[in-house]
Design a protein around this ligand. Structure first.
Ligand code: HEC
Length: 187
C-alpha cells in the first residue's frame, strides 16, 4: 500500500508542469558567453604575441581585455569580467562573493578537482534583487607564463613595472588557477 502511494506521489511530481531551473538554464548561457569572451581574447593575444612578442602583447591585455568584456556585456546584457586573488589591475578586484568563490576554487583544486571545468553558480540576493552569479576558473597555460610566470624577460618586467607598479600577478606556474571569469545577471 505504502509503495503504491510513494509511486503515485513520485509519478505526480515527475509528470507535473516543467519547472524552470534558473541555475541550470543560466549556467548554460554563462558557459557560452565565457567561451566567446575567452576565444576573442586568446585569439587577439596570440596574434599580438606572434607579431611583436610579449612586450607588444601587454597592450592587448591592457586595452582589449576590458574592451572585449565591455562589448560582451553590451551584447548579452550580462555583466562580464575577470578577477583574481593576485591582481595585476586593481580594477579587477573581487567582491566578497567572488573572493569566497576563488578561495573555494583553490580548495577544490587542492582536493584534486580538474580546474579546466571548475565553476560555481548561484542565485543570490543583491540589494533585494535576485541575481544569478557565475564564475569559471581560468587555468594558467604555458602562453600565460610570458607575463604571469616566475621568470619574465627583462623588457616585459620593465613594461609591467611601469604600467602596474603594484602588480601581484606573477610567479604562476602552468596548471595554477590564474583567476576566474565572473558573470552576473539580474533575474
Ligand atoms: C603579454 C602579456 C600577457 C599575457 C601573455 C597574459 N596576460 Fe593576463 N594580464 C596581462 C595584463 C597586462 C593584465 C592587466 C589587464 C588590465 O589592465 O585590465 C592581465 C590581466 C589578467 C587577468 C585579470 C586579473 C588581474 O590580475 O588584473 C587575468 C585573469 C589574466 N590576465 C589571465 C591570463 C591568462 C589565463 C593568460 C594566458 C592564457 C594570460 N593572462 C596571458 C598580461 C598578460
Amino acid at each position: 500500500m505504502r509503495k503504491i502511494l510513494i509511486t503515485a506521489i513520485l509519478g505526480a511530481l515527475c509528470t507535473g508542469p516543467a519547472v524552470a531551473d534558473p541555475v541550470a538554464d543560466n549556467t548554460a548561457e554563462a558557459r557560452e558567453i565565457v567561451k566567446q569572451f575567452f576565444g576573442d581574447l586568446k585569439g587577439k593575444l596570440q596574434a599580438a604575441m606572434k607579431e611583436g612578442g610579449p612586450t607588444n602583447a601587454i597592450g592587448v591585455c591592457r586595452n582589449e581585455a576590458p574592451g572585449i568584456a565591455r562589448s560582451t556585456s553590451e551584447q548579452t546584457g550580462w555583466s562580464v569580467g575577470r578577477t583574481s586573488l593576485q591582481l595585476r589591475n586593481f580594477q579587477n578586484r573581487a567582491d566578497d562573493w567572488e573572493r569566497q568563490a576563488l578561495e573555494e576554487f583553490d580548495q577544490r583544486k587542492a582536493a584534486g578537482e580538474d580546474i579546466t571545468k571548475m565553476e560555481k553558480a548561484e542565485v543570490v540576493s543583491v540589494n533585494g534583487q535576485e541575481t544569478f552569479r557565475y564564475m569559471k576558473a581560468i587555468p594558467t597555460a604555458a602562453l600565460c607564463l610570458n607575463c604571469h610566470g616566475a621568470e619574465l624577460k627583462p623588457e616585459v618586467k620593465a613594461k609591467l613595472d611601469e604600467l602596474y607598479p603594484t602588480d601581484q600577478a606573477t610567479g604562476y606556474q602552468e596548471g595554477d588557477i590564474r583567476g576566474a571569469f565572473t558573470l552576473s545577471k539580474t533575474l
